[in-house]
Design a protein around this ligand. Structure first.
Ligand code: CP3
Length: 355
């Protein structure tokens, strides 16, 4: 494996000293970039793009070409590849988001679900990881990822996106055993999937718990955090002589940072509702923090973006342990010049905090 030329992202996650605060952006390869839209058109549709390792590699690298400040690449794929490999039949209806042909309605449906073999059933993702690592050639580290069991379960039970999680929460409260059985299968599937990505070359992994914040405090512990902890317990922690850091991102998890900091992850992702200074004092030395600019700031003019980046850097304060990011993914309407202002500001304004 080639030597890593820029490792400040991995160093910050492990709370080792860095020269400037590392930065990447959730959904950095996506529809706000005209070059992404062109490659997706070439692939035909979004899932064909995910399933073509050469094209998935191409879009992964696009933001790095455009913005040389980016300190990490993220695998181009989707969290819903796992339920698809479990036989749910994922498809995307234009303008409607993800949908499944088969929906989970009962304990019997859950019993029948297989645990996918990463190389056999998700080989296109493993091939994408290997292709991206080869093409990155040590420029920056590659982040692998998965959805959390709870977040994946909501899509599988609802049959797609949901605003109120009516079916999944009804199952959680009326048949908790069935929900636990589903989450347990998902935890096993995700553990194998992330370990597959790590063996293929992912140098850090992020668990996207996009809908953990929809739960009550008690239900979050029992139905989301416990399963992420189980996954982390089963992950390969060192590969190719380096620690493989784990980032847990629970959107809306700001009230629970203390217990999240004990789940075994090296870092927690914060959404923009958290004050990063108080988050830092609450988690102490246990974990690094990633975040947390409101993605909507990118609709404002570059001077305002720069000011907000400066405010967040000052709020985190001096020293390592901060990976700059948005509090959720960049949206398709953002002007790419505004993303440029964001990436530039992080490196330009953060050096004084590392002297
Ligand atoms: O961050 C990255 O650049 C890596 C790629 C990535 C995608 N999806 C690409 C994508 C990642 C990490 C994801 C994760 C994902 N997918 C999550 C968790 C993160 C979050 O946003 O909370 C979730 C919930 C999904 C499920 C999903 N996939 C939805 C709800 C949608 C539709 C979204 C929309 O705005 O239409 C997708 C599709 C999707 N995944 C797109 C991209 C770039 C847009 C597809 C397109 O090009 O049309």
């Amino acid at each position: 494996m080639s030597e890593l030329k820029n490792d400040r992202f991995l160093r910050a996650l492990l709370k080792q000293p860095v020269d400037v605060t590392p930065v990447w952006m959730m959904r950095q390869a996506g529809r706000y970039l005209p070059e992404y839209r062109a490659t997706r058109a070439k692939a035909g549709d979004f899932m064909s793009l995910c399933m073509n390792p050469e094209l998935a590699c191409e879009v992964t690298l696009q933001p790095l070409e455009r913005y040389p400040q980016i300190d990490a690449a993220i695998l181009f794929s989707d969290i819903l590849t796992v339920p698809d490999a479990m036989g749910q039949g994922l498809y995307f209806e234009t303008g409607e988001g993800p949908r499944f042909k088969k929906v989970i309605n009962s304990a019997a449906d859950i019993d029948a679900l297989p645990i996918p073999d990463p190389e056999k059933d998700l080989g296109y993702v493993m091939d994408a990881v290997r292709t991206i690592r080869r093409e990155l050639n040590g420029r920056v580290p590659l982040i692998g990822f998965s959805g959390s069991p709870w977040t994946l379960a909501t899509y599988m039970v609802e049959g797609g996106s949901s605003k109120d999680f009516r079916k999944s929460k009804a199952m959680l409260y009326s048949d908790p055993q069935a929900m636990h059985a589903l989450l347990d299968k998902l935890a096993q599937s995700v553990t194998a999937y992330l370990n597959g990505q790590i063996k293929a070359g992912a140098q850090a992994v992020q668990i996207f718990d996009s809908w953990g914040g929809s739960l009550s405090a008690a239900a979050y512990q029992e139905f989301s955090l416990a399963y992420m902890q189980k996954i982390i317990d089963g992950l390969i922690r060192e590969h190719d002589g380096r620690t493989v850091p784990v980032i847990v991102f629970t959107k809306g998890g700001g009230l629970w940072l203390e217990s999240m900091a004990d789940c075994g992850a090296q870092a927690l992702g914060l959404d923009w509702t958290c004050d990063i200074a108080s988050a830092r004092s609450r988690v102490g030395n246990k974990v690094a923090l990633q975040g947390n600019m409101d993605p909507s700031v990118l609709y404002a003019k570059p001077e305002a973006i720069r000011a907000e980046v400066g405010r967040i850097l000052a709020s985190y304060g001096h020293g390592t342990g901060h990976v700059f990011n948005l509090g959720h993914g960049i949206t398709p309407e953002v002007n790419p010049e505004h993303a440029k202002a964001f990436f530039e500001a992080v490196h330009e304004l953060s050096a004084p905090y590392h002297q």
